[in-house]
Design a protein around this ligand. Structure first.
Ligand SMILES: Nc1ncnc2c1ncn2[C@@H]1O[C@H](COP(=O)(O)OP(=O)(O)OP(=O)(O)O)[C@@H](O)[C@H]1O
Length: 330
């Protein structure tokens, strides 16, 4: 079943096209990640899908509702955690939950039951009576995830859910997201520019840059699209081993680098045992074997022509330069 379908979704800010005729489908129960650098159009897309921004052209179906023609039905069926903070600092965690339940028109008794359960899920029961102004960044994010779930949405939208959080909190956020997928079969649409997180947790990834989707697929498919895995071997007879390995189906290329044989293969997990089997049959002794897959970094580099790390580094440098300039002026 399709949970989200974007049809030529487009947003222009004046003459500038931030999202350009984007088409994609998200299946029910899937964690779908929009991966791209700053300014790629990720937030603009999420804002259109959650109806806080109107498309200039095209549309999308969210839970079967048209974002342009049926925005209030879309809003009732989704949960949203935007990039900017939404919880009220002057209220406690519990009061924020109750406020959100009011927005969804949930009867008090049911709201209280759900708030209790959700605050427990995000480990905030102990802090529920404290004002949000005293929460850490990670606690706020966890509260906002709980708030977004009070209406029992079929789809949850998360804009950079782990941005700026420490590694431990990022792991905790992902634990909740995985739990929602597994226990409630929830569809989760998120944006991120953390390559490792997208690789580890997303069922499907769309790489977006300059308003265009450059590639969509599962992390495995994206890595395979680079031409497959590499099997590294050491044997007691490299010359003959190379000849034998070259003839195995699914082996794309074989080279010898010093004492190692490097075989580029379509699917390492399937082909490595075959290589072993054939070499043993030919009485060639394998002393070492390993499989390496292309990384998400390489995938990103291939499709965008640049490294996300370099961009992040340069934007971090820019920020630090701006801070230095501000300090120098004051
Ligand atoms: N209100 C606006 N008016 C004009 N241009 C905008 C506006 N909002 C966004 N943009 C531009 O549209 C492009 C896409 O922005 P968007 O925020 O969607 O990117 P993003 O991929 O989410 O990046 P980030 O991770 O920095 O939020 C950027 O070049 C941005 O400067």
């Amino acid at each position: 079943m399709i949970a989200i379908k974007a049809i030529n979704l487009t947003k222009k800010y004046g003459n500038f096209t931030a999202v350009d005729h984007v088409n994609f489908e998200v299946e029910k129960g899937e964690i779908f990640g929009f991966l791209g650098p700053n300014g790629a159009g990720k937030s603009t897309t999420i804002k259109m899908l959650t109806t806080s921004l109107k498309p200039t052209e095209g549309t999308a179906l969210v839970n079967g509702y048209d974002i342009v023609k049926q925005p209030s039905l879309v809003r009732q069926s989704i949960g949203v955690v935007p990039q900017e903070y939404t919880a009220d600092e002057d209220l406690t965690g519990w009061e924020n939950m109750m406020f959100m339940a009011g927005v969804f028109g949930i009867p008090k008794k049911i709201a209280e039951e759900r708030a209790k359960e959700l605050l427990e899920m995000v480990d905030l029961t102990q802090a529920e009576k404290r004002k949000v102004s005293g929460y850490s960044g990670g606690m706020r994010r966890r509260l906002e995830i709980a708030m977004s779930l009070i209406g029992r949405p079929a789809i949850l939208f998360l804009d950079e859910p782990t941005l700026g959080l420490d590694a431990q909190t990022r792991n905790a956020i992902w634990t909740y997201v995985m739990k929602l997928k597994e226990e409630y079969d929830m569809t989760i649409f998120l944006t991120t520019h953390y390559l490792e997180e997208a690789d580890m947790y997303c069922d499907k990834i769309a790489i977006i840059d300059k308003g265009h989707i450059l590639k969509i697929g599962s992390p495995k498919e994206l890595k395979e699209s680079l031409g497959g895995d590499v099997v590294l071997l050491e044997t007691d007879n490299p010359e003959q081993a190379i000849k034998i390995i070259s003839d195995i189906e699914g082996v794309v290329q074989v080279n010898q680098i010093n004492s190692e044989i490097k075989a580029k293969v379509k699917n390492g997990e399937e082909i490595a045992p075959k290589i072993m089997e054939v070499l043993v049959k030919n009485k060639i002794k394998v002393t070492k074997i390993s499989i390496t897959q292309p990384t998400m970094d390489e995938v990103y580099m291939e499709y965008t022509g640049k490294s996300l790390r370099e961009e992040q580094a340069s934007s971090a440098e820019m920020m630090s330069m701006m801070r230095t300039m501000r300090r120098a002026r004051s």
